[in-house]
Design a protein around this ligand. Structure first.
Ligand SMILES: *Cc1c(COP(=O)(O)O)cnc(C)c1O
Length: 358
């Protein structure tokens, strides 16, 4: 009865199909960084089999993914020394090139290399600024073994569709790639959902493939892929005045039935989840009470007994759902914890068991 994350295969297929419908003229680079946003490479075969490209940020993840698929892999942060270049090339990865330092590493390559050039169009994270980019193109043209597959850039504010930086970045990108005949790529999930003019030849969806909205509120067109569950390991009834957990931060004001659920911050459940954060137990949303411990949380289940007029309706070993049900999207838990769904799904610990579900 371990704490388990179920990964829905049909939801993965559904979300990928939605991207195809939204971007009928683009190839899909499925972003699988951080072990598929915490969903585990072994559990996401519909993405691995059906996307056009798979993208990761760390070379160490590439070896793990390459062991299970022959499909093209793009290394988003590129390589940083000759050994990494050799490894990436041995794993048959395409590499992003975003700096003159990386140009220096690859320029004398004696084996063919597929490269994706990254432009900084205003986010000011990775990418060539305008002046550098001209030098970079001149250098690359000297070695015919360097093949530019795509020119890409990344939005800084796509999750705020009206933010003025979006248009500025898009204009920059179009201007700087004008007259170039290689394909282009700009859109992450938020842009795929809101900026049809930013789709180009390749799109790069991440979070939406896992059924999570980049906008912080669940999207009915997406299907949650991960359902995080944990067993109930104790049930007890408190009297008015009894407090719960470390620091005794919650006190019963009336007779209260509580359930102890076997998940805590040591598993990746957010310690900052506030009192009141919903937990789904036997179909009913019940509030978290007291502090989140390392291995457990406490939930007020009085409501279940009241609503159903049943005693002992909840039993030890029943499974609580922490997130991933229609009634309890991970976006909701993220809001109650002052964080993003991205952080919750990538923060699960090695103690969680992963299992595929339909
Ligand atoms: C993470 C990432 C994406 C995907 O972003 P989402 O918001 O998860 O869709 C796309 N492109 C790059 C370069 C990324 O690093």
């Amino acid at each position: 009865m371990r704490t388990t994350a179920f990964i829905s295969q049909s939801a993965l297929a559904h979300n990928l199909a939605l991207v195809r419908r939204l971007c009928p003229h683009s190839k899909i680079v499925a972003i699988l960084k951080n072990n598929a946003y915490g969903h585990q490479f072994e559990c996401i075969s519909p993405l691995i089999e059906r996307a056009d490209f798979l993208a990761l940020s760390h070379l160490s993840d590439c070896a793990q993914l390459r062991a299970i698929t022959e499909r093209p892999i793009l290394l988003l942060a590129g390589v940083y020394n000759a050994r990494e270049l050799q490894q990436a090339s041995a794993l048959n990865c395409h590499i992003v090139v975003h700096s003159m330092m990386q140009i220096g590493l690859i320029i004398h390559t004696k084996t063919p290399l597929n490269i994706w050039l990254k432009l900084d169009t205003g986010m000011h994270r990775l990418g060539f600024l305008a002046a550098e980019y001209r030098t970079c193109l001149a250098e690359i043209s000297k070695n015919p073994l360097l093949k530019i597959i795509c020119t890409m850039s990344h939005f800084g504010c796509a999750d705020t569709p009206k933010h003025p930086l979006n248009d500025l970045q898009l204009t920059q990108f179009i201007q700087r790639t004008e007259g170039q005949n290689s394909p282009r790529s700009m859109a992450n999930s938020a842009a795929i959902l809101t900026q049809s003019s930013a789709l180009f030849e390749f799109v790069r969806p991440g979070i939406m493939l896992y059924g999570i909205s980049p906008f912080g509120k669940s999207d009915p067109n997406l299907k949650a892929v991960m359902t995080l569950t944990a067993p109930i390991i104790a049930i007890k009834t408190l009297a008015a005045g009894d407090s719960v957990g470390y620091g005794a931060i919650w006190t019963a004001t009336q007779k209260t039935t509580i359930a102890l659920v076997n998940i805590g911050y040591g598993d990746g459940y957010p310690r900052h989840a506030k009192n009141g954060t919903p937990v789904l137990i036997n179909g009913v949303l019940c509030p978290l009470i007291g502090r989140v411990s390392m291995d457990s949380i406490c939930v007020d289940i009085s409501k279940i007994n009241l609503e159903n007029n049943l005693k002992n309706n909840v039993k030890i070993n029943d499974r609580a759902i922490l997130w991933g049900d229609e009634k309890l999207p991970v976006e909701t838990v993220a809001r109650w914890s002052d964080t993003l769904a991205y952080e919750l799904i990538t923060g699960l610990s090695a103690r969680i068991r992963f299992a595929k579900s339909a």
